[in-house]
Design a protein around this ligand. Structure first.
Ligand SMILES: [Zn+2]
Ligand SMILES: [Zn+2]
Length: 384
């Protein structure tokens, strides 16, 4: 049993069209598969559920059918397989939320037109995971993307051997007009022709290859060059690699959405990379060198200046990630920490104790802050 549409949108049965629209927009923003934190299938199912509820409740006629007869009242509005994106007529309500990217997905532009007018096919989305190294060097990938293409044997007509005739009911227009008399004059309503389902053509025999749909699904092999410097969520458009167009319209596009895998060693901050090294106390005090491995695996000698504090960030210029639309690279930022040995030899112990006792007088002298001096004085007062 499908869920109640009002419940899905979280509105009262008495909600105004504005309230329904508002509820839908905020839910759509939250659950859109492109932004939702849910797994893709879950997000898609949720988003479809929301859109189906909105499709019904935003339409006065469908809403009143639903109010009277429940889900059965609106079932026939949708095809045999239930709600599909082709039933979604509210593209303009969401297209401004997500820009033009998903315009094709919602059949944008087809609303209000006859279904036998040429229109663009649906755009598709492909999620591609790449590594930080790929961000650095770019990557060539081969994608197998299933999409629909025009059925060749019937040339997309859906009729066996391409044989079709103009629909007698609508004269090929794909739409029929009904004139109703009302107290205010004649009202003309236009709807899809029931005999050809808006296509304007009928065939005596269906094409066996596509079962009359005029399109078949197949994998297309796409060689894609992912340029260096890509960031999480960036999209690459492969024009016309989406689903086949309708009635001679152009195919939709394919959008490859980039996801950058977390790296074990490097963190990313724009075009800069962050990593860490551990060094010894003497090197921090006296200065020295440490080897740092860059993202490309190159070993770079990093100079540690005399008197470096723990937590200091040293910069290796030009060893970060490529900047987009630029040949330059960001920097590698190296945070310095100290390696405190858990075990020491007798000799080391002696040296360290000697060092500690030599530091003590200095630390109670001019080198320390006023605050700690104050605390020390207080303690001296107490113990005295
Ligand atoms: Zn017709
Ligand atoms: Zn066919």
């Amino acid at each position: 049993m499908p869920r109640d549409y009002y419940e899905i949108l979280g509105v009262e049965k008495t909600a105004t069209p504005e309230e329904i629209k508002k509820a839908y927009r905020s839910l759509a923003k939250k659950h859109h598969p492109d932004v939702s934190s849910d797994p893709k299938e879950v997000a898609e199912a949720k988003f479809k559920e929301i859109s189906e509820a909105y499709e019904v409740l935003s339409d006065q006629e469908k809403r009143s059918l639903y109010d009277q007869y429940g889900h059965d009242g609106v079932k026939q509005q949708f095809g045999a397989d239930g709600f599909s994106w082709n039933d979604f007529t509210r593209a303009e309500d969401i297209s401004d939320i997500f820009g033009d990217l998903f315009g094709g997905m919602f059949g944008g532009g087809r609303r209000g037109q006859s279904r036998n007018a040429p229109s663009q096919g649906e755009s598709l989305r492909y999620d591609l995971e790449i590594t930080l190294r790929d961000v650095l060097e770019g990557k060539k990938v081969n994608l197998d993307v299933p999409h629909t293409v025009v059925c060749d044997p019937c040339k997309g007509t859906g009729g066996k051997d391409g044989k079709v005739t103009t629909c007698q009911t609508c004269g090929g227009a794909g739409q029929v007009q009904q004139v109703r008399r009302s107290p205010f004059g004649n009202m003309v309503t236009v709807s899809d022709c029931p005999d050809c389902r808006g296509r304007g053509r009928t065939s005596a025999e269906k094409c066996p290859h596509c079962r009359g749909s005029g399109r078949i699904t197949k994998d297309s092999h796409i060689d894609l060059k992912v340029p260096p410097g890509m960031e999480e969520g960036m999209r690459l458009r492969v024009t016309e690699a989406g689903n086949a167009g309708y009635n001679g319209g152009p195919p939709g596009d394919l959008f490859v959405v980039i996801h950058v895998k977390q790296d074990k060693v490097f963190d990313r901050d724009g075009s800069n990379l962050w990593t860490g090294i551990t060094t010894s106390y003497p090197k921090l005090v006296l200065g020295g060198e440490e080897t740092v491995k860059t993202l490309e695996g190159e070993k770079v000698l990093l100079r540690i200046p005399q008197g470096t504090q723990v937590g200091t960030v040293l910069r290796i210029v030009g060893k970060g990630l490529p900047r987009t639309n630029s040949s330059s690279r960001g920097d590698l930022m190296v945070r310095v920490s100290i390696n405190v040995p858990k075990k020491v030899t007798d000799e080391e112990r002696e040296l360290l104790m000697k060092l500690d006792s030599s530091i003590k007088p200095a630390s109670s002298g001019k080198g320390k802050s006023k605050l700690s001096k104050k605390i020390k004085d207080t303690l001296d007062d107490i113990t005295r």
